[in-house]
Design a protein around this ligand. Sequence first.
Ligand code: ADP
Ligand code: ZN
Length: 722
Amino acid sequence: MRARLPVLLPLPLAAGAYDYRVPAGLAVAPGDVVRVPLGGREVLGVAWDGQADPDLAEGKLRDIRAVVSTTPLPANLRRFVEWVAAYTLSPPGAVLRMAISAPSAFDPAPTRIGWQRSASNGPKLTEARRKVLEALPPGAVLSTGELAAAAGVSAGVVRGMADAGLLQPAIIQAGNAFPRPDPEHPGPTLGAEQTAASLALREAAAERRFNVTLLTGVTGSGKTEVYLDAVAECLRRGRQALVLLPEIALSAQWLERFRARFGVDPALWHSELGSKTRANTWRAVAAGEVEVLVGARSALFLPFPDLGLIIVDEEHETAFKQEDGVVYHARDMAVVRARLEEAACVLVSATPSLETLTNAQSGRYRHLHLAERHGSAGMPRIELLDLRATPPERGRFLSPPLVEAVQATLARGEQAMLFLNRRGYAPLTLCRACGHRLRCPNCTAWLVEHRAQRRLQCHHCGHAEPIPTNCPECHAPGTLVPVGPGVERVVEEATALFPDARRIVMASDTLPGPAAARAAAAAISAREVDLIIGTQIVAKGWHFPHLTLVGVVDADLGLAGGDLRAAERTLQVLHQVSGRAGRAETPGRVLLQSFSPEHPVMQALLSGDLDSFLRAEAAGRRPGHWPPFGRLVALVVSSEEERAAERIARDLGLAAPRVEGVEVLGPAPAPLALLRGRHRRRLLLKARREVKVQEVVREWLARVAVPHNVRVQVDVDPVSFL
Ligand code: ADP
Ligand code: ZN
């Protein structure tokens, strides 16, 4: 046993692991969760691999106080923590914190005391006491309440028997709270195309070697059914499976499908779990008792001892990118974890990201494709409504052809959906007299009117204020007017146009939490609703069989702002929302309102030829070495003091690396130049694919001293450019 060991603390310390002494009599191995002193406190840490510094004076070392967990952090997870830290340029301790994000998992498990039969069996038993013994088989241990309920007697009877020595106290062993999903539970009969894909995925899951498969297919083609077969295969092999979903709160229908396929619920992991459930789940994952876990991106850092399969559903979703703390992309890190685990990874999407598609085309990933919708459902018919030719009435947002189509759909007793990716009533409030626009005091952003709550809100920092009656600038009364539509305004218009339709609004502020989303989905499936009006929530993987018309109020919305992936993302969300239409026998129809119907995104949606669109995107990015044909690292410099942010951004600009194949753009004020009261400047490093950007950036940052009031956030492979 070594006398000193490095211990990694779950804190954002740049130095990495600290050395501690292993006191005599304490057995500590790498991976053990330990308690160590730090300053005047005691903190949790993980005994790490590698050598402690032998030259460190004995007097500088402090003792490891205790080992607190019996299940060590698996070696693969330790390697993963190191890998993610190195790739994202984050302190390893900050990554470790995500891996032990259930601190109460290391508290001693509470012991529950119950009763078992004792040897002494008094001769004369009352009827009630006899029933208690009958309810307690030899060897079983039941709590007072359980035993009383099983015997149909009061708790007092049980306690009396204990006092009389007829029952003996014993520890109740915690059962496994995570029932086994049954891989042989019958699933649906797959079609020919689905069967072929299922077979290939099951083979991939059975390989016990690292492999990545991209599973594409139109919305409703059965991708979920197919990858659940891979989960079943993984279970047969006795390994654990992880399914990452972009928004677990919106996954009620997915969970129902899982239950139907495997007979039980999967274990869940997301930020809204209570601390007790978190602790139990963490422990059960570490003990190998959880066989399938479904979670948000943070589930990637759970201590699976034998992970055999990772599914990333809707792999193109930006929700997989974590933007604060450790900035990482869960889809990319899922591939890394699968490699370290010798596991299979399946990336699933109807509209894959150009990154993933490029990897499939170069042969790094396998590619399976489902070309047809399951059963008799065909793809919906997509039509463009040119808002220049058929504009809505003044002050309205639904054009006459869209209004007619909704009316006809409702008249047939079918469901219609209106989609606008913007919360609130109006994105901008303006003074008609002086032109003043109401903006957030903390952010470079307009305040969004939320009429139902009679408030103006900032969607970036949460700032809210009442709607003023006078213009704050020129003080004219009653001159403030809403400009542009938010989803609430579409609801208002729809209420006037279709007064008899039963409406539901699906937006993150009207459906807070999983229960509300589940109830909404159930009401829609049960045809208690005629018209669905919603923001991007409605574009998720819902299956609403009676929905036949989807109207997109502003198809151009995502195209503004020169984001590298604006067109790609607009295509993804519009394709997803279109895919909600006509999923059963009745054919679906999609109407896209646009001012630029000639735009390649609209044309790709119209023709259904997404491949050509992505090929054109690739051709546009390749020459300039934009991702995925080159690498980007963004630096965001921020401070409450504008001059400090400005100065450090300039220093970083002056110290920019002069390396072959590397170019630095900026510094420039970020589009969100002010966010939550912090002034922000951006620099963007663009490099050829073969450049080791982490090394370049590490050396770059080392050349600039950053004062305490300035933060420099590093974002490797940025998704957001705000
Ligand atoms: P995707 O994930 O490609 O959008 P899903 O797996 O959600 O497609 O399938 C769409 C719908 O069709 C779901 O309700 C699913 O249960 C059903 N489905 C798909 N394949 C089959 C099949 N082979 N047999 C019965 N139902 C199926
Ligand atoms: Zn704000």
